[in-house]
Ligand binder design. Structure first.
Ligand SMILES: [Fe+2]
Length: 304
């Protein structure tokens, strides 16, 4: 039946045509996307010029992506989408665990394997040396032995290796495994907060919105073990000027830590230290990855 298409009937028309989608999950996601996208256009009373501006913006976001730069993840992060998807992921857990935070655009899958106590600092550094230590436990507080602990962070100037050196060179990344009691400890330098990459379309958006563009100082982690939900998270440093106004909304209260100048319980007590225990929830059959983001080179490969 030929129907009159207007600013309201177009929504049902589009959803009905997509009703032939065999995959029920894809069908639901797309119907909801169309419904909300159309509502957005109606609510904002979007003009042709504005929509074209949006298409130009998304085109520029795609063109900025390389194997070492992921502008779409940055867009997801700065719109609060990554944080929202993380919160939905945490809600699906059947047991309490450490809260998720952003993967961000600087994760790499192949960080070097290291032994407990090693330093992830491999280039000359003026940063304040610090010990990161704690335990990986289950819900009952029992240590999880041989848990995988991937860590990556910016340096004392707020730069990741991907931004500074030949991108094939790694620095300030390491892949550790906990000991028989679930303990981990490693050496690094205290990171500094940084401004997100502002030389692309996402930077233009941030400037147009008069946002400051900063992330508070943080250290990224992916922690996991067989039988448990992987935790993708980051630790944030108390006292940072932007700890309550993170441009990508990654900070949550339970992930804020501090540098202790003297901690007799630290495995390397003559250095300042940051202590944090990660709690893993038992995996359920429904669990998919909690990674909102990926190594940029993997995304470029998938899209090629
Ligand atoms: Fe980061």
């Amino acid at each position: 039946m030929l129907r009159a298409i207007d600013e309201n009937t177009i929504t049902d028309a589009a959803i009905e045509q997509m009703a032939s989608t065999p995959d029920p999950r894809l069908k639901r996601i797309m119907a909801s996307l169309v419904k909300n996208l159309h509502n957005w256009a109606r609510e904002a009373d979007l003009t042709p010029e504005e929509w074209l501006e949006g298409i130009k913006f998304l085109t520029a976001v795609g063109q900025k992506c390389t194997a070492y730069r992921q502008e779409f993840i940055l867009l997801s992060d700065t719109l609060g989408m990554s944080s929202l998807i993380n919160a939905l992921h945490d809600k699906r857990a059947t047991e309490a665990g450490t809260k998720s935070s952003l993967v961000g655009p600087f994760y790499r899958t192949d960080s070097p394997p290291m032994r407990l106590g090693d330093t992830i600092v491999t280039k000359p550094s003026n940063g304040l040396e610090v010990v990161l230590y704690g335990r990986v436990t289950d819900r009952s507080g029992k240590g999880v032995p041989n848990a995988s602990v991937e860590v990556w962070q910016p340096d004392e100037t707020g730069n990741y290796d991907l931004q500074k050196h030949d991108p094939s060179e790694m620095d300030l990344r390491g892949h550790f495994h906990t000991d028989a009691e679930g303990r981990y400890y490693l050496r690094t330098v205290v990171p500094t907060g940084y401004m997100i990459p502002m030389d692309g379309p996402v930077g233009d958006m941030i400037r147009a919105q008069k946002r400051h563009g900063y992330r508070p100082a943080h250290i990224h982690f992916i922690v996991g073990a067989p039988g448990y939900r992987e935790v993708v998270t980051a630790l944030y440093l108390e006292g940072d000027a932007h700890v309550d106004s993170d441009t990508v909304f990654g900070v949550t209260e339970s992930l804020v830590t501090k540098v202790n100048a003297k901690d007799p319980n630290s495995p390397i007590p003559n250095l300042p230290s940051i202590k944090f225990d990660f709690q893993l929830a038992a995996a359920t059959a429904k669990d998919m990855t909690g990674r909102v983001g990926a190594d940029p080179s993997q995304i470029t490969k998938a899209g090629a």
